[in-house]
Design a protein around this ligand. Structure first.
Ligand code: C2E
Ligand code: CA
Ligand code: CA
Length: 401
């Protein structure tokens, strides 16, 4: 991090022990941070953050404190208009630090990481380097663009919603099994906007229905075009559980597939498990009929929802996609590996095709192969790409494997 921005950065150190505050302050000063403020508990810290003058650019926060602890502080800080990045500092065990960091992220805060006590010059330097990465990375552009349902409706009218495709390959043979279609918004001002910025809004506003209709027809047309060009492959489409309430949906999709002369067997419908059972009767009705019409059903983000076992029992899924939280880094993380392994063996014993998503490294790939998973999707194979790039990529992959 350049010295100039370090000199301007104000860091708030929150700890109930005076000697820890003093020591942390000295370390911060020794790495070039001149503006350090202190709070002895969460309440004092919150007052400081609320005043917003001087503005705090980073909070180093202890977890266990009397009165208001670090977890409570985060809960309140998340409500403030200006939310500084957090680093947790604690003598508590690594699992608790990890839980606190996940909780803060779930509340929309940027968490740079956790430092186990005692704080050292090296650990502070490493965190500051992360702060600099985050600042300069294009991804840290505002996480929530002010996009509304009306904007999305307009975008649909103007054909600004497009699909990128990410390959899914067989772990044993390296054969290309299919491609997942992933929505992108080609926005005139914001550039290529990822779905994380608009799917939730679309679900809340109901615009998910016209959006999914568009995604379906784009994917079906693409599938037909690839069939015609001799690149016959499967395409996966994400279906929000919010849409499993319209009893006419299976007929609509089947009709559209037929119009495009696409065999439903080429289409995999990925359903995020967490919301599947809103209205059990209608949802099961819809899923059963999609299955009878020949569409393959996939349970997406497996491991992150609430009633996944129940859904596996009731719905005729053919594929289970293990969430990338349990895939990437599973080689190092014993808990993630245990969940990955048991999800895989559960899927296998139910006769499902088991897919791991989010494999980023050779190490990830090797572990998945060793655990006997069927398919893999992730940056290690390829990032999602525009449709035009797919034929060339496929040829390159087939030639190399
Ligand atoms: P998803 O269904 O879990 O899709 C996989 C996401 O993981 C994609 O993000 C993909 O780019 C990303 N990914 C794949 N491999 C890796 C990897 O190795 N490392 C990392 N870090 N990430 C990887 P994307 O395209 O941003 O999509 C995010 C989510 O948005 C999707 O998650 C899906 O839930 C939703 N989404 C996308 N398109 C649609 C759509 O047409 N309809 C609905 N309802 N949801 C969609
Ligand atoms: Ca998916
Ligand atoms: Ca997923």
């Amino acid at each position: 991090m350049i010295d100039d921005s370090l000199q301007r950065l104000r860091v708030l150190v929150v700890d109930d022990k005076a000697f820890v505050r003093t020591m942390t302050g000295r370390i911060l000063q020794s790495v070039g941070i001149a503006n350090v403020s202190y709070a002895a508990d969460g309440r004092e810290a919150l007052e400081f953050l609320k005043r917003d003058d001087p503005r705090v650019g980073l909070v180093l926060c202890d977890l266990m404190m009397p009165d208001m602890d670090g977890v409570e502080l985060v809960r309140h800080a998340a409500e403030l208009p200006h939310k500084p990045p957090f680093i947790f500092v604690s003598g508590a065990n690594a699992a608790l630090l990890g839980t606190a960091a996940d909780m803060a992220r779930a509340r929309g805060l940027l968490v740079l990481g956790a430092i186990e006590k005692p704080v050292s010059v090296e650990s502070v330097r490493a965190m500051l380097a992360k702060l600099e990465d985050v600042r300069t990375s294009p991804k840290s552009a505002p996480r929530t663009l002010p996009l509304t349902a009306a904007d999305l409706t307009r975008a649909l009218d103007r054909d600004q919603i497009i699909l990128h495709y990410q390959p899914k390959v067989d772990l044993r043979t390296a054969r290309i099994e299919g491609f997942e279609s992933l929505a992108r918004w080609q926005h005139p001002e914001h550039g290529l906007v990822p779905p994380g910025q608009f799917i939730a809004m679309a679900e809340e506003s109901g615009t998910i229905e016209p959006l999914t209709d568009r995604v379906l027809s784009l994917a079906l047309r693409q599938c037909a075009a690839w069939n015609a060009a001799g690149l016959s492959t499967k395409i996966s489409i994400n279906i929000s559980a919010h849409l499993l309430v319209d009893l006419r949906m299976p007929d609509r999709i089947a009709r559209e597939a037929a119009q495009n002369k696409v065999d439903p067997k080429q289409i995999v419908l990925e359903i995020t498990e967490s919301g599947v059972f809103r209205d059990a009767a209608d949802t099961l009705d819809i899923l059963a009929r999609l299955h009878m019409k020949g569409f393959a059903l996939s349970i997406d983000d497996f491991g992150t929802g609430f009633s996944s076992m129940e859904q596996l029992r009731r719905v005729p899924f053919g594929e289970l996609k293990i969430d990338r939280a349990f895939v990437n880094g599973a080689a190092q993380n014993q808990k993630a590996r245990a969940i990955l392994q048991s999800s895989a063996s559960l899927g296998k014993s139910l006769g499902l095709s088991v897919v791991a998503e989010g494999a980023e490294t050779q190490e990830d790939w090797d572990l998945l192969a060793a655990l006997g998973l069927d398919l893999v999707q992730g940056y290690f194979v390829s990032k999602p790409m525009p449709a035009e790039a797919v034929p060339g990529w496929s040829k390159g992959w087939d030639d190399a494997h």
